[in-house]
Design a binder for this molecule. Sequence first.
Ligand SMILES: Nc1nc2ncc(COP(=O)(O)OP(=O)(O)O)nc2c(=O)[nH]1
Length: 285
Amino acid sequence: MMAAKPKPPAASGPAGQSVLPALLSRPYPAVMGVLNLTPDSFSDGGQFATPERALAQARRMIAEGADIIDIGAESTRPYGSEPISAEEELKRLQPVLSDIVALGVPVSIDSMKSAVVAWALGQGAAIANDVWGLQRDSGMSGLVAERGAPVIVMHNRERADPAIDIMQDIAAFFARSLDIAAKAGISSDKVVLDPGIGFGKTPEQSMTALARLGELQSLGLPILVGASRKRFISTVTPSEPHQRLGGSIAAHLLAAQNGARIIRAHDVAETVQALRVAAAIRERQ
Ligand SMILES: Nc1nc2ncc(COP(=O)(O)OP(=O)(O)O)nc2c(=O)[nH]1
């Protein structure tokens, strides 16, 4: 008698708040598949800019083992991306978000604007992904608290400062974010921390953040890492974004070893396989 196929965790909306425990309870990290509805994302801009291509990519990542689909309609790259209005961001999201939510896997909305996050949560997105860690849009924390949604709080800086101790900067940033979250009424079991690889950091500092990720464990909150195709890889072996799979996998395996519980990746199949094989081997140590 075949064991019943495990039901996917509750997909979205108010039930979405149950989504984290299910994802964090396994011996290997959850994988968040990146879906950029942008013309200018640093590694895959324009590839999924039509609803058909976006839906097909979401289906493909789910088939490859993605536990979460992270949808972003505005590039966050520090240089070369055009900031867009909330209207433009919504225009990119509206044709496709609810169809992707209907696929039954939790969706996170990667947006710096509370108006966009509010709309997306209303459409069934389950998680807010704020690359400014509740510190940019003053409406974000109240919104997240009111909806009871989990929130990814990512470290960011306007610009890199090679002279600082990046781990101290990350810790101080998270202290501010967690204070904002507490004041807004976001319970700590809804917060995921992310060191923001590639954001306001030199390549050296990105690698230091990965190497010293374990220091963030003391905060007692789940950690997400997104090193996928990021520029620091090219400082080790010169490569274009689509040539950085090996470096992305290496960074994510080390991040998992150093405590990351969610991995944000473009190449889902390879990342899922690498993380699960590494976990299976570690179980035999
Ligand atoms: N939480 C979180 N969100 C993120 N959003 C975008 C990017 C940048 O990658 P990508 O989305 O591929 O590029 P772009 O922002 O140019 O669309 N990285 C992260 C990350 O590391 N963590």
